[in-house]
Design a binder for this molecule. Structure first.
Ligand SMILES: Cc1cc2nc3c(=O)[nH]c(=O)nc-3n(C[C@H](O)[C@H](O)[C@H](O)COP(=O)(O)O)c2cc1C
Length: 194
């Protein structure tokens, strides 16, 4: 199955991964889908709900989107049910440009992370939105990654460094971002600077 048309190409594709627990609770989180000449993979760090869901159900969905607010909300809030629809009976995000369901097979496990090999089993392209590179969007993604690291560390010096870097990205959003990017950085600001 060729999923390039659905937006997943070589390198690391930053998407929102939706998953489901054994008892049927939905989850969404920003995750990188790693694509090499050997196939598609995901590296999930210990402690995330995504990892526990994928371990329970052997499946995940990659949702391709350029919506900065959706990335920040998926990282730090629980998306309510209205965001989800079903693809082959699995939860995907309604607002995404495409959704790809993968079967996930554990390939490597350490004390810190688990790597799964991914095989696509269903694809849905909702719309092809052309969007030029926007540095504001890239900066939101970088700032959100820093914010998820901030949440995981207790080292105060590291937290200060991360905050400094986040301010740098917030400045880029201010200069280059559109409304969605500015709204997204505002949510991060509220969570980390107030
Ligand atoms: C752009 C982006 C990419 C990320 N990629 C990964 C990843 O590949 N693996 C991972 O374990 N966490 C990744 N994270 C961090 C998770 O999104 C974060 O830990 C999240 O809180 C996990 O949520 P969950 O507990 O609902 O699964 C990424 C975060 C961002 C913003």
């Amino acid at each position: 199955m060729n999923i390039r048309e659905a937006g997943i190409d070589e390198g690391i594709s930053e998407v929102i991964v939706t998953s489901r627990s054994a008892v049927g609770t939905f989850n969404a989180a920003p995750i990188g889908i790693i694509t090499t000449t050997n196939g598609h993979f995901v590296k999930l760090y210990k402690g995330s709900r995504t990892l526990s869901n994928v371990t329970e159900t052997d499946k995940l969905a990659a949702n391709v989107t350029c919506d900065a607010v959706l990335f920040v909300k998926a990282a730090f809030e629980k998306l309510d049910k209205s965001h989800y629809s079903a693809l082959s009976g699995f939860p995907v995000l309604k607002e995404a440009q495409s959704g790809i369901i993968f079967r996930a097979v554990l390939e490597e496990k350490s004390g810190v992370y688990s790597i799964f090999q991914l095989t696509p089993i269903a694809v849905k392209i909702n719309w092809n939105e052309l969007k030029a590179i926007n540095r504001g969007l890239n900066a939101v993604i970088e700032a959100t990654i820093l914010a998820t690291r901030y949440k995981m560390t207790r080292d105060e010096r590291e937290q200060e460094e991360l905050k400094k870097e986040m301010v740098h990205y917030a400045d880029i959003v201010e200069k280059c971002g559109g409304r969605r990017e500015k709204d997204a950085i505002e949510i991060l600001n509220e969570k980390f600077f107030t």
